[in-house]
Ligand binder design. Structure first.
Ligand SMILES: [Zn+2]
Length: 249
């Protein structure tokens, strides 16, 4: 399905062959991720914002691209939401099963090919539980949105095309904590988005939103609760939110 998009858009890939921008037109691709921390029953990491995000997308008539981890897909509490992602015509794939850290900050590989393939099989089993086939979900996002060429190759050799949020935007930084020196409030995140727009434009940007309730943030400090506002403002600036196809046509 990414290939279908590439017929009209000039996809930009990074040095690992990962799609990081969808072209130079006033088009934005919205990607949404969620994890699930099993150790604390989803207290710190979860997919709890998914219904709110789905409501906003429906209200605004925007197609999203959802990449929860396989562990999130496996949680009975999200079963209805996952079915709704498909029923509402969004794209659904995965973000690995267990959110593996593929490489360190120096780009050194931390996983083996076997561990990636085993993790993929678990993710695929979860997606297929919802009636999807490999052709429906063959575009995925690497865990932590980061890989090197070796680990990108592990996925590409398994028939996946990789996509990652456009570098330089802070919308995925809502995991930062208020007490930390590297805290990014939703206000700061949103301001930076529009500053980025003025400095660079948002043309072809792949915009990440976490559908996650980090417990150290108040609801209005969660970027997904500002998604409607972000969509409205981007549209008022002439941007269009584009879809790359649905998981089930
Ligand atoms: Zn992630």
């Amino acid at each position: 399905m990414l290939l279908a998009l590439s017929a009209t858009a000039q996809l930009e890939q990074d040095s690992c062959g990962v799609v990081c921008r969808i072209g130079t037109e006033k088009q934005i691709l919205l990607v949404i991720t969620g994890h699930y921390s099993v150790d604390d029953n989803g207290y710190t990491e979860n997919f709890d914002g998914v219904e709110k995000v789905l409501d906003v997308l429906k209200d605004k008539g925007v197609k999203g691209h959802f990449f929860p981890t396989g562990i999130a897909l496996a949680q009975p509490k999200y079963e209805g939401s996952i079915r709704r992602i498909i029923a509402d015509g969004h794209y659904l794939s995965g973000h690995s099963y267990g959110h593996l850290l593929l490489c360190d900050t120096n780009g050194r590989t931390l996983v083996t090919r076997d561990s990636v393939v085993n993790d993929l099989r678990l993710m695929e089993a979860q997606l297929e539980r919802f009636g999807l086939a490999k052709t429906d979900y063959c575009i995925m996002m690497p865990p932590y949105e980061t890989c090197n060429s070796e680990t990108a190759g592990f996925y590409q050799d398994e028939g996946y095309e990789l996509i990652t949020p456009t570098w330089g935007l802070l919308t995925g930084q809502d995991w930062t904590r208020p007490e930390s020196t590297h805290y990014y409030s939703a206000d700061v995140i949103e301001k930076q988005l529009w500053q980025y727009e003025r400095d660079h434009t948002l043309n072809g940007v792949i915009l990440l939103i976490h559908a996650m309730d980090y417990p150290w943030r108040q609801p209005d400090d969660r970027p997904y609760n500002r998604l409607g506002e972000i969509i409205d403002k981007a549209r008022s600036l002439g941007y269009e939110f584009v879809g790359m196809g649905t998981s089930k046509q």
